[in-house]
Design a protein. Sequence first.
Length: 377
Amino acid sequence: MTIRRSATVIAPTLLVAAVLAACGGSGVGSEAVAGGPCGRGEIFEIAVLAGGGALRCELVEGTSLHSDDPARAARFEWRELPADELETARATGPNVRADGSSTLAPMMTVAAKYFENTSKSVNGGDAVRIAIGISGTGGGFEKFCSGETDLSNASRPIKDEEASQCAANGVEYDELRVALDGLAVVVNNSNDWAKCLTMGELSAIWSPDSTISSWADVRQGFPDEPLRLFGAGTDSGTFDTFSELVGGTAKALRKDVDTSEDDNVTVRGVSETAGGMGYFGLSYAVENADLVHPVEVDSGSGCTEPSEASVQDGSYPLARDLYVYAKHSSVVDNPGARAFLTFLARHSAQIARDALFVPLTDAESAELLRRVVDIGS
């Protein structure tokens, strides 16, 4: 079987560019009429009406930015905007600084652009801007706990030692669960034997004392193809989570792995190595489906494919929550920071899906909004 390759691997910033396309926030271009069409580049822009009230450009329910079905292809319409959401959009303040998880970066960048479209359309030059950095979950917490950032994006909960550092520096925070992600185990597209692996097999492959060097060592009947492993860097929350889910202990994986803080390096390595195997967030597996193949995982109840449904219902074993840690003082003192978090909470489901993540359930989304509203009250 021929190994499929591509000249480039889509980076998180390019994924976001593809999602947003012409989304620019350069001002309302189409005539704002309730129920009338608006452009993709106007998504979440607000038009304040001369006679009172406001409209917002929104994705039509039942359509998708990612659907290949013409009947479900993305369409946009002007919809009436609730008064409280217009009030939130009018908030101004210092720019908001966020850093942390590379896995969560695409979703947070989409959220930032959507929010900036909203803010620019009503505040003009006083619009709030959101800066999204990518230092990895651990690196993000270092900056957050030293007071350098307002928000810390994380693919795992904060560790005790990180929380202690925040406390030592007087940084109080709120933990907000914003979405879900599955960790996909992927193999080269020429691999037609490892369609499903058990958790025991994954543990045997990735454990610190593993001596498995060929696929023939994984399961009887597998070919004698050299096994080469690729994965996240040791400062990444993805590394910690995969280690804990597969082996039960953080930072306990074999050392002979080609690691990188950039998941795109893992994609490239697996796609160019016939016996390659790697892991990263489900969004990257979807994004690079033409380059690598996700493996089903059996934790004892049968093989389960990584998907939105299996992650959300808990049946897929390699799944995790994603978090934003909000500095209490930033939210209380900066109306712009509170406005951004409120926007994120209100629209978390669409933002997650647009960025190829798994959204919270409706009840969980409502709880997220309640928690944001309660900060400082």
